[in-house]
Design a protein around this ligand. Structure first.
Ligand code: NAP
Length: 581
């Protein structure tokens, strides 16, 4: 599939050309992917009593998975459920809908996830449609550990109401352990959307995607077959390559997906906590069916203190500095005070045995899985799944501290680790093997691009591949150097641009290399290339985004506004993909 190309000599100004190019590209791929609803299909929604739209905004795939679950439940109740990413829904299509459940996660400090950004902009625009004919309900996913808890869902809920849509049920704001609450809300809300529906048997529903038996709640106990240090001895980091054996699990994945790993807490940390509590591992705790040691090992987050725990310690410890910081209620000051401290550091501000075990458990959050971008293609690594992970370790006051899952993987995962696949359909190798692929993945952000390159190689894709990679020092941090060189020699990796930030006085980052090669990068985009970014969201991905806009403006001869529209066109066409957090 070639993206429609506008000839150089066509009578358009730079701005018109950018807009048209983005529009055509978006339309073309949305049609090709079956995402643009024909007018007849939109109109039929109004006639049908049973169509229920489930629209999701997702960054890591949770909202998408939940939307599929909602659709399955809705089909069981007799609805004709249609699941779509929010950015695939035009304002006109939204206005023609009669019933919709919106499932949206919040990203960063209260932002819309990537694939809800354009949808949100359209809802806020002066041209936004009126939605009087639409009944809706919002299910918001978030994390109470962050500011702006469920902010994206809250914004959508309010805006839909302001555009005239009718709320079917009050919004639900779900924390990280969302499944039970979310599905109870769904079961209570869906009947409000349907009139005279007949329950149907969905066990053979062809529209429902086949689901793996292994999930977040029921992970596959896999053997860690390979645990290899990638970074050099002189590196400031410890980056490791892992390979999990998929055995007879039947687990399948695609390049671009993430792997959920269920960690087990460090037994040494559990022992130190028990000592500080003045409790024993086999102690029973009221309201729990497992002994305390088991709960601290498998059920609760014992590294990062919750906000409630911090407040409780503040009340009990009577520490002047902490009291002052908490009284200020300034998130940045609280984070600065917390930096480097874990739960044990906080408990040690109290006398031993001062906090009863039941109080402690009431202030802890459930232990969550961690999701890592998969760094293999199933075609190159049949029967196994690979990860590329930086171990998080630091010292504070003579005690070693560690990240929950990265140290579990590095030090303790072995015979058995609970894993499951978290699909990320929005982050995929382009379907057209002839089109160019540009990948920006510094540090462990290289992970999915190793998978993408393997995938393109396995498919025999003819389209050129360009990787921007970097880290602190070439000598110790050029991970996968051998593999990348081999791929370059085989012609799979067409271009490799490296940015080692600390090998010279001035910082050189991946966006430095992008700018240096801006003309060629723009040419690849004009040829229909897909631009992908993976890694740190807060600094790197933002700076890369700025560089991309600048390159398009400079080499496309566009104003900043037209360059922004060009980038929006890439997003609509699924040619600007991000896997960042
Ligand atoms: P990192 O900390 O991102 O560092 C990699 C390189 O990026 C270093 O050379 C660093 O330089 C440089 N860098 C620092 N600030 C930058 C900026 N504003 N723009 C561009 N480059 C910049 O590498 P890492 O330790 O591997 O961490 C990667 C991050 O990505 C982590 O936060 C990880 O959680 C995240 N990650 C996310 C995903 C995902 O979303 N799926 C997957 C993998 C990794 P200096 O240190 O010299 O400044």
């Amino acid at each position: 599939m070639r993206i429609p190309y506008i000839p150089e000599d066509a009578p358009f100004s730079g701005d018109q050309r950018a807009w048209l190019s983005g529009f055509l590209a978006g339309l073309h791929s949305r049609q090709a992917m079956g995402l643009v609803e024909p007018v007849a299909a939109v109109a039929s929604d109004a006639k049908s009593a049973t169509v229920l739209h489930v629209l999701y905004g997702t960054q890591t795939g949770n909202s998408e998975m939940l939307s599929e679950d909602i659709a399955t439940r809705a089909r069981g109740m007799g609805f004709e459920a249609r699941v779509q990413a929010m950015d695939d829904v035009t304002p006109e299509a939204l206005a023609a809908m009669r019933r919709a459940v919106l499932v949206c996660s919040t990203y960063g400090e209260g932002e819309m996830p990537d694939n809800a950004q354009l949808f949100w902009e359209a809802l806020q625009a002066s041209t936004a449609p009126r939605l009087e004919g639409l009944k809706y309900a919002v299910l918001a996913l978030g994390d109470t550990g962050y500011d702006g808890f469920c902010q994206a869902g809250k914004l959508l809920d309010t805006q839909m109401e302001q555009l005239g849509a009718t709320r079917l049920a009050a919004r639900i704001d779900c924390d990280v352990d969302y499944e039970a609450a979310a599905l109870a809300w769904v079961d209570a809300t869906l009947p409000l959307a349907g009139e005279s529906l007949q329950a149907v048997d969905t066990t053979t529903d062809a529209a429902a995607p086949a689901k793996s038996a292994w999930s977040r709640k029921s992970p596959y106990p896999s053997r860690l077959a390979v645990n290899r240090l990638l970074s050099g001895a002189a590196s400031a980091k410890e980056i490791r390559h892992y390979e999990f054996d998929l055995g007879t699990s039947g687990l399948s994945y695609e390049a671009g997906d993430a792997l959920g790993v269920t960690p087990v807490n460090d037994p040494a940390l559990v022992a130190s906590l028990l000592e500080q509590l003045g409790a024993s591992a086999d102690q029973a705790v009221a309201g729990h069916d497992r002994p305390l040691g088991d709960l601290l090992t498998h059920a609760f987050e014992i590294m990062t203190p919750s906000r409630e725990m911090l407040a409780e310690i503040g009340t009990r410890a009577r520490d002047d500095t902490l009291s002052h910081v908490l009284a200020g209620d300034d998130r940045a000051a609280i984070d600065a005070w917390l930096w480097g401290r874990d739960l044990l550091d906080l408990l040690r501000m109290l006398p031993k045995g001062a906090m009863p075990a039941s109080t402690l458990l009431g202030l802890l959050k459930p232990l969550q899985h961690r999701a890592y971008s998969i760094s293999s293609s199933p075609h190159a690594a049949p029967g196994s799944v690979h990860l590329t992970v930086a171990s998080v370790r630091w010292m504070r006051e003579g005690r070693s501290h560690g990240g929950v899952c990265s140290t579990f993987l590095a030090d303790r995962a072995g015979a058995e680790s609970g894993i499951f696949v978290q699909p990320n359909k929005a982050f995929r190798v382009p379907t057209d093997d002839n089109l160019p692929l540009i990948m920006v993945g510094p540090g462990t952000g290289i992970a999915p691009f190793r998978a993408f390159l393997q995938e393109r190689q396995a498919r025999g894709a003819k389209g050129p591949n360009w990787l921007f990679f970097g880290d602190q020092r070439r000598e110790s941090d050029f991970i996968y150097e051998g593999e990348l060189s081999e791929m370059a020699a085989q012609g799979v990796l067409t271009r490799l641009d490296l940015a080692f930030s600390r090998d010279q006085f001035e910082k050189v980052y991946v966006q430095t290399r992008m700018r240096e090669n801006g003309r060629a990068l723009f040419a690849w985009l004009e040829e229909g290339g897909t631009f992908c970014v993976c890694g740190d969201a807060t600094r790197m991905a933002r700076d890369v985004d700025t560089a991309l806009h600048d390159i398009i403006a400079t080499h496309g001869g566009l104003s900043p506004e037209a360059a922004a529209e060009y980038v929006n066109g890439l997003k609509r066409a699924k040619r600007y993909l991000r896997d960042v957090y």
